[in-house]
Design a protein around this ligand. Structure first.
Ligand SMILES: [Mn+2]
Length: 362
């Protein structure tokens, strides 16, 4: 990535210095990048002597709870777990830092509370097309692997860190490396020279990457593998356009005893097949809603499909959204039909333009 604008950095530092109560907020179903960037910012704010806390719409999945450590913490709140404390915290804050999302709908139930707060808001994020009017200061970059990477480069410019990663609090360095590792799928996608520079800096600063990889790649429950096996064996469908899709319904989730986070990464698996261009994973969350994850290979836009069919957004090759039962489809049984129809339409040519295909300059 290109260097971060020094003027904006000093603007941010001024805002951080002036504020007393600072809260970070990130998106619903927080992933490694959301939690990693939030905790890294939290640790840095503590170095600055601030009253700092991180809030999320819902708690971290078990698979990422290692990031926050063993101790129960009062400075990490979730709206679904501690609604009153979370709202009170946001209302009492005199600065709010929004991490890893570009649109207030991504904080779901906290959206209206966030909109009603008077506190200035700072955005640090790597998603396309943010609503810049919502923020007093925005660091929005797409030429970067992750929010953790962007935050790393911002923090290095802070007077407290002086460009030396070993001055970062250890927990912050660990959290940043973790979020970058999960968002790049362990250096498999969206990896730039600046990403490797970050990794090198953090390794030199003493971050134990082996330890992170054990947590991120080797610490899942067996049920995750079992349900993945079942899905791949009998639930993987392939359209003539080269799109793989899988639906995990509530009944199957319950019968395997799945918890939040157990299906992390399932959407990537079909892309290992030669002729598959795009993969869609739909996970039923309730009687009325399926959560949709989409990944595409280079040349095809997961983002365009997420926007067109699933009320969603994200990145060019990694996007997501929702499918509403009762609104988009009449029942769960109609999901396959909906997918086949919309995928065929998405890949069809209209006046020579195929929406699924990414323009060369993107
Ligand atoms: Mn991210």
């Amino acid at each position: 990535m290109e260097a971060v604008d020094k003027k904006k950095i000093s603007h941010l530092h001024g805002m951080l210095s002036r504020a007393r109560i600072i809260t970070t907020i990130s998106h619903v179903h927080p992933d490694g990048d959301a939690i990693g960037s939030s905790l890294a910012m939290l640790e840095f704010l503590r170095v600055m002597g601030k009253d700092a806390a991180s809030v999320f719409p819902d708690p971290a999945p078990d698979s990422l709870s290692f990031l926050a450590g063993e101790m129960p913490r009062t400075d990490i709140l979730s709206y679904s777990g501690e609604p009153r404390e979370t709202v009170a915290r946001l209302q009492a804050s005199d600065l709010i830092i929004c991490l890893d999302f570009n649109d207030f709908t991504r904080v779901e139930g906290l959206r209206d509370i966030l909109l009603a707060t008077q506190a200035p808001k700072v955005l640090i994020d790597h998603h396309k097309d943010p609503d810049l009017t919502a923020f007093d200061l925005a660091f929005s970059r797409v030429d970067v692997s992750s929010t953790c990477e962007l935050l790393y480069h911002i923090l290095l410019e802070m007077p407290e860190i002086q460009g030396d990663p070993s001055r970062l609090p250890q927990a912050a360095a660990h959290a940043l490396m973790t979020g970058m590792t999960t968002d790049t799928n362990n250096f498999a996608n969206s990896t730039y020279p600046s990403t490797f520079a970050m990794a090198a800096g953090l390794l030199r600063a003493g971050v134990n990457r082996d330890d992170i990889l054990v947590h991120v790649l080797q610490d899942y429950p067996l049920r995750r593998l079992r349900v993945l096996g079942k899905l791949l064996d009998s639930g993987l469908h392939l359209t003539p356009e080269g799109v793989a899709w899988m639906v995990l319904d509530l009944e199957t989730s319950a019968s395997y005893g799945l918890t939040e986070g157990d299906t992390e990464g399932f959407v990537n698996v079909p892309l290992s097949v030669r002729d598959i261009r795009m993969s869609i994973f739909l996970k039923q969350e309730s009687d009325t809603c399926l959560r949709v994850s989409i990944r595409s290979k280079r040349g095809f836009s997961a983002l365009a499909l997420a926007r067109k069919c699933f009320h969603g957004g994200g990145h060019l090759l990694a996007a997501g959204g929702k499918l509403w039962i009762g609104q988009d489809v009449a029942s769960l049984a109609e999901v396959p039909d909906f997918l086949e129809r919309n995928i065929a339409d998405f890949f069809s040519s209209k006046n020579g333009v195929i929406e699924a295909q990414v323009q060369v300059n993107e």
